[in-house]
Design a protein around this ligand. Structure first.
Ligand SMILES: *[C@@H]1O[C@H](CO)[C@@H](O)[C@H](O)[C@H]1NC(C)=O
Ligand SMILES: *[C@@H]1O[C@H](CO)[C@@H](O)[C@H](O)[C@H]1NC(C)=O
Ligand SMILES: *[C@@H]1O[C@H](CO)[C@@H](O)[C@H](O)[C@H]1NC(C)=O
Length: 538
């Protein structure tokens, strides 16, 4: 047998690859870097695999490069649906559907031995810098060493050409042996952040999930028709993988996180760190050739990467801000984008349909009145419901006498206007009672704290309001940012003064912030409520 005839398929790949990389080198001279985004304005033949298939059928002793058709390379940022590819024999290339710091929707992402791989015939610089995609997933502390230790390395995310992927995970003879890649089908949310914040109702539901849902809906330009009860065209989420949190790492003590996730996504499969480790081990056994998982469509989220971006890192400290603002600026966020999630949770809690409709109905009435030219009309929901979440039983709370004075002032005001008033200590209510209350609340009021997270379940009407009492001088964006992202108005109260957007104070945690001596001057609270309901503060 002649030398040429024993040439293996791999040699053919290498010959082809040699030819192709020269081709790539020459065409990529034309790359433009333009406001940090990279535009590939060229045509390259990159579908080696089909070429290979042709080659395999041709005599193997050809010396000249095999003739190949020119095809358009798939851009890393996707503009249309990718072709269906048989992963048994092909390595579909990784593309990005949408990206913001800390939030990236990929198609065809691979994982082997704990490393996420982008398989592409594009050069790595055609993709976003990986520090804006992922991190080592370690918990965050504010020290230079810790910040450095969260920078991702090639062990966290790396690039392979399709030929390199084939070399690692391809069948030896593609006609008789399939690739060693196994598809994780459907849509996966891969959460790379550690449990540091995840085991908290606010951080999981009002931050991670709110961000995730805005980014996911925006990535697909999902349409939400208010008339069809908050249904969305966003693709379903099949699984969530908490790569760095165990079964208790994403659950909060009161149990809202699990309740919320199961209610919002009843068929969601949750995998945790141990499951991710199983997947890692399954790809890197010492006694078998390497394998890889192929993720069909995956949204990768990373807290540290989000903080490296401007929206989260320098402005809001909210990972959801990076996601939400990206979708908003891309004009891909539907008016009622959060409504499908909110309604699923509230329906699960037993809230009736008319209550779920409060927000959509109030807005429709407001726009009818605007069309009819009714100036300064009352576009307010009925009934008006004021809910004060008392924290007097918790660590951070009002001066006792101020709490009592506030309760009397609220009682008097609500009686005079025939508004409903609820004064609750959330921990004394069941989850259903808390959610049912949030679902009909017009004005939610309380000292800075987790109880205000229920604002994500409020109906969004033109007068919906969140009033957050801080120790004077103190401020944090948590509930303020979230309130505004949902289209409601937030007031930060410092005893007898208040701040509202765009006049928001700078973040500060002065002495007394966490204490039991937080003052409040009740007339400022009743004034805000009456002004909002009368439409005097739009
Ligand atoms: C490879 O070749 C076979 C035989 O011609 C054909 O049926 C198959 O569709 C080809 N596969 C690809 C990926 O082109
Ligand atoms: C898997 O990764 C670890 C480091 O995370 C490394 O020590 C090990 O050698 C790798 N295994 C294989 C089979 O590549
Ligand atoms: C709170 O405001 C009231 C009314 O202006 C004032 O009398 C009181 O001294 C203030 N309390 C604190 C602690 O600033």
């Amino acid at each position: 047998m002649g030398l040429a005839r024993t040439r293996s398929l791999r040699d053919v790949v290498l010959i082809l690859l040699g030819a192709t990389s020269m081709h790539l080198a020459s065409v990529f001279m034309g790359l433009h870097d333009h406001n940090g985004s990279i535009i590939v304005n060229t045509q390259v033949s990159s579908h080696f695999l089909e070429d290979l298939n042709n080659t395999a059928l041709a005599p193997l002793d050809v010396e000249e490069p095999v003739e190949r058709e020119e095809r358009t390379v798939q851009k890393p940022f996707e503009t249309e649906s990718p072709p269906v590819v048989d992963i048994a024999y092909d390595f579909p290339e990784t593309t990005i559907v949408s990206h913001a710091p800390g939030w990236t929707v990929f198609r065809n992402l691979y994982m082997s031995n704990g490393t996420l791989y982008i398989v592409s015939s594009e050069p790595s610089f055609a993709f976003p810098d990986i520090r804006y995609i992922t991190s080592t997933g370690l918990a965050a502390e504010n020290t230079p060493e810790n910040i450095a230790s969260r920078e991702p390395t090639r062990e966290n995310m790396d690039f392979l050409t399709p030929a390199q992927a084939r070399e690692r995970w391809g069948g030896a003879e593609r006609t008789i042996q399939r690739n060693r890649i196994w598809s994780v089908e459907g849509n996966t949310f891969l959460i790379n952040e550690p449990s540091q914040f995840l085991d908290h109702y606010y951080h999981l539901c009002a931050e991670l999930m709110l961000g995730a849902w805005s980014f996911w809906s925006g990535a697909w330009n999902a349409v939400v028709d208010p008339a069809s009860a908050g249904r969305t065209t966003a693709p379903p989420v099949h699984r969530m993988i908490f790569a760095h949190a165990d079964a208790y790492g994403w659950r909060d003590r009161p149990g809202f996180n699990a309740y919320f996730l199961r209610a919002a996504f009843p068929s969601l499969t949750v995998e945790v760190q141990q499951d991710w480790e199983d997947r890692i081990r399954a790809t890197a056994s010492a006694s078998a050739p390497q394998r890889a998982w192929h993720f069909d469509t995956v949204m990768l989220t990373d807290r540290s990467a989000a903080f490296r971006g401007e929206a989260c890192g320098s402005r809001t400290q909210r990972i959801a801000a990076a996601a939400f603002e990206h979708a908003q600026q891309a004009h891909t966020l539907a008016r009622w984008w959060w409504e499908p999630v909110r309604r699923s949770v509230l329906r699960f809690a037993g809230v009736d349909e008319p209550t779920l409709e409060i927000g959509v109905r109030a807005e429709a009435r407001a726009s009818d009145m605007e069309l009819a030219g009714v100036a300064g009309g009352l576009h307010r929901p009925q009934p008006i419901v004021v809910t004060y979440i008392s924290r007097q039983g918790a660590r951070r709370h009002l001066i006792d006498e101020h709490h009592e004075a506030l309760v009397s002032a609220l009682t008097e005001m609500c009686a005079a206007h025939r508004w409903e008033l609820n004064i609750v200590q959330a921990e004394r209510l069941t989850k259903e009672e808390q959610l049912a209350l949030a679902a009909r609340t017009t004005v939610l009021l309380g000292v800075h704290g987790n109880g205000l997270t229920h604002l994500i379940m409020m109906p969004v009407t033109p007068i919906s309001t969140v009033i957050e009492i801080f120790y004077p001088g103190g401020f944090a964006h948590d509930y303020e940012w979230t309130t505004h992202a949902l289209g409601m108005r937030h007031f930060a109260v410092w005893n007898d003064t208040y701040h509202t957007a765009p006049d928001t104070p700078r973040v500060d945690y002065p002495e007394g912030f966490q204490g039991t001596q937080i003052p409040v001057y009740p007339p400022i609270i009743t004034q805000i409520i009456q002004d909002r309901i009368a439409g005097r503060i739009p």
